[in-house]
Design a protein around this ligand. Sequence first.
Ligand SMILES: *Cc1c(COP(=O)(O)O)cnc(C)c1O
Length: 404
Amino acid sequence: MSERQLPADLDIESLAIRAGELRTEQMTHSEPLFLTSSFVYENAAQAAARFAGEEPGNVYSRFTNPTVRIFEQRLAALEGGERCVAFASGMAAITATFFALLKPGDHVVSSRSLFGTTNVIFDRYLKKFGVLSTLVDLADLDAWRAAIRPETRFLYLETPSNPLAEVGDIAALAALAHEHGAELIVDNCLCTPALQRPLALGADYVIHSATKYLDGQGRCLGGAVVGRDQPLEEIFAFLRSTGATLSPFNAWVFLKGLETLPLRMKAHSDNALALAQWAAAQAGVARVHYAGLDDHPQHALAAAQQSGYGPVLSLELVDADGNADRQAAWRFIDAMQLLSITANLGDVKTTITHPASTTHGRVAAEEKQRAGITENLVRIAVGLESLADLKADLQRGLQALGHR
Ligand SMILES: *Cc1c(COP(=O)(O)O)cnc(C)c1O
C-alpha cells in the first residue's frame, strides 16, 4: 500500500478530492475503509519492533488507522498545515488541544461569541486545573490587547461567530498573540478551508467540528486540529492515551464529504447571501445579521479574509403590530414547511432555530442581552435547496406574523 505522489501546488478543488490518496494492493479507486481495531504482524520480532516504535506501521486503531490517516492528510492539505490529528468530535479536538498544551497558571483570552460547550470547557474544566480565561468581544481589538497577561498562552476565537456573524481579524489577532509570546487558535467550523484559511493569515492552530460542513450531510461526529508538526505530536500523544479517537467509518464518510466541500461551501454561501439580501428588504425583518451585507460592521474585513460570507445568517423579527418578541420568533419558526427546526448546522438541509431558548437557553438573561441574543432572533443555517423554495418558506413565516 502506498501514498500516491501528487503534483505540487494543486488547487483546493483538487486537494479536496485527491490529497492523501492511497494505492492499495487491490488498486481500489475509492478511498479504502479499514474497519479494524487492531493490526497483525508477520512474526514476533516485527510485533516487538512495532511496539518499540522502531518500525513504522499500524498497531491499534486508537493510535493510527489508514483511513483516518487519509482524512488527516487531506484536511492538513486543505488548511495548509504541516499535520492534522483527527478526533471523535469537535469538542474532543478542542479539549485535547487545551489539555495537551496548557499547564496550571496559564491564561487564555477568548472571544465571548463561542459555541456554548467550548465555554463550558473554559468555565468548568480549565478553571478546575488552574487555567483561567478572559472573554472579550470578538471584533474589539483593543479589548483583546487589554486582556493579555504575561501568562497568556492562547488567543481563541470562532469567526464568523454563530449566530450573529460577527467577524474577528485573524491576521491582526495572530500578530497580537505573537507579539506577546502567545499563539492563536481559530475554530474554522463555519467557513471551512474552502472559504477561509486561518493558518495562511498567521494562526497557529485550526480546529474543526467535522460534524458540520466537512461531513456536510448530517451523518457523523468528528473533529480535528491542524497546525505545526511539533505541537501536533503532543496533541497526538494526548489522544493516543486518552482515546477520543475518530472512527475509521466516520473518517471514510468525511472523505466523501470533503470531495465536494469547495462546491458545497460556495453554494451555501451564494444561497445565504441571496437570502440575506432578500430578507433585508422585507417588512417584518427588523434586522439581518450577515457579513455579506454592506451595512455589516465588519463587511470589508469579511470580504478580505474570506472567499465567501458563509452559510449562517440570523434575522430579528417583528410582527405586524410591532411586537419584536419571543412570540414573533416562535410563530415565524412554526410556519416553516420546508426548513427543519433544529439547532444543528452544517447540512445540505436548511435549518432554523431560536437561539435564546435553545443554543443559548441556559445563558443568563444579562449575558444574553450583552451578546445580542435577543428574543426576536432566529438563526438560519442555509442549505442547498432552491433559493425560490427557501424564500417561499420564509414568506410563510412573515405571513404568520401578519405581513403580506
Ligand atoms: C458543533 C461545534 C463544535 C463542537 O463540535 P462537536 O462535533 O459537536 O463536538 C465546536 N465549534 C463549533 C463552532 C461548532 O459549531
